[in-house]
Design a protein. Sequence first.
Lengths: 72, 370
Amino acid sequence: MCELRKRGLVTAVILSEPFLKLGKSQSRVFGVPDLPLLLIPHPLGGLDLEGVKGRAQHAIPQVVDIIKENTK
Amino acid sequence: MTGINALLRTPGASLEAEEDFDAVNELLRARGWSDGLPAIPPTAERVERMLAYCDRPWDEPVARMAPRYGEATPLRLAANAVMAGCRPEYFPLLMLAIEAMCEEPFNLYAIQATTHLCAPLVVVNGPVVKELDINSGHNAFGPGWQANATIGRAIRLALVNIGGAIPGSGDMSTFGAPSKFSYLAAENEEQSPWEPLHVERGLPREASAVTVVGAECPHNVNDHESITAEGILTTIAGTMLDTGSNDVFYEAQPMIIMGPEHAKTVAAGGFSKERAKRFLHEHAHLPLGRFSKENIDRRLRITWKEQFANAGPDAPVPMVRRAEDILIAVIGGAGKHSAVINTFGATKAVTRALKTRGGQYAKSVEDFRK
C-alpha cells in the first residue's frame, strides 16, 4: 500500500478502530506517515453479508473524499 | 572493529540512568522496553561481555525485525540478552534464532502482528545442546533451565524492543499466550529412535541448528494404554482433530512432539518418521459436517474450492494438507505423553545452522569468541 502511495497512486488503508495504532506505526515504518487511514466500526470478521455492506457504507464516503482530495 | 564506547556515543544508542536496579527497571518499564518482568540492567560493561561471543561487527544488522523492521544489530541483541539474564556463551544461538525467524518464509510480520496467539518456537539440535546445557528432557518447555528460559526470553525482548511487538499496536494477539515469554527447547537426540530434526531437514549431524516454528502452545496427548505404533499414532491423530485450528485453512506445518517413550514404541513398530507422518496425515481428518455451516460456506468451500465446493457432510477434511508438512521432534523425559503443536498456519518452519562468519559449521560456541 505504501509503495503504491509512493508511486503517486491514490491510496488508503481501511481499518477498524483497534488496528489504528498498528496502521499508524506501519505507515511510519514504511515511510508514508501521511497514508490515509479510513476507519470503519469494529469488527470486520464474523459479519454476515448485510454487516459487510454496512461497513462498506461507512468506508465509501471516505474513499470518495480521498479520491476527490487527491485528484483536484 | 569499533569498540563499545564509540558505538554508544552514537545518538540514541545509550542513555544515562541512575546506578540502581529498581530505578533502571522503572525506566525500562516506562519506555515499554519490557516483558513485564524485572530485567538485568544492560550496562555497557555487561553488554560488552555478552559481545565477547560475537564474531561480527557489533553495529551491522543481522536482520530487520517486523513489524517495526528495527535493525537487529549485535549491539541491540546483546542488550536484550543481558536484560533476559543470558550467559554470554548463549549469544551465538540467540543471533541464529533471530536470523532464522527473520527469513521470509517464516512470515514474522504476521506472526508478530496477528490476533492469533502464536509465538516463535525454537527447537535446538546438535552439539550446542550439550555445550550450553539446553533442556531436552523433563519439563523442556517449562521453567527450571537457564538456557531455555533466558534465550527464549531474550528472543521475546528483541521481538518487543527491536521488532515493535507492543501489545495493542504491533502485537494484536487477542489474548497472547504464556509461550510469548519464552519458548525454546532442545530435541532429545539421545532418546530419539530417529534422525534428528536438523538432519531430516538437510543438515549434517555434527552441525548445531535451530528450527523456528510459528506455533501455539503444546497440547498434550495422553496415551498410557497403546502398546503398538498404530495405537500411539491413532491417539496423536485424534488429538490433531480441531475445527478451530488455523492449520486447517492453510498449507500449514503442524509440529508433533513425540515423548521418547511414545517415539520408541512407534519406531519399534517399524515406523520411520516418514511413515509415521503418512499415518497421521491419513488418519487426522474430520468430516466436513463437523465444521460450522458458516466455516464450510465462507472458508472451506472457498479456500479449498477444488475439494469442497460441492462436497457433502461426510467429505474428509484433512488437518494437514500433505504428510511431509508434518514436523516431528522427540522432546521430553519419561512418561507416556506426546504433544500436538498447531501453528499460525501462514508460516513455514525455518531451519538454520550455526556457522562462523567464514561460513563453516561451528563446532562450538567458542568458535565465536574473540
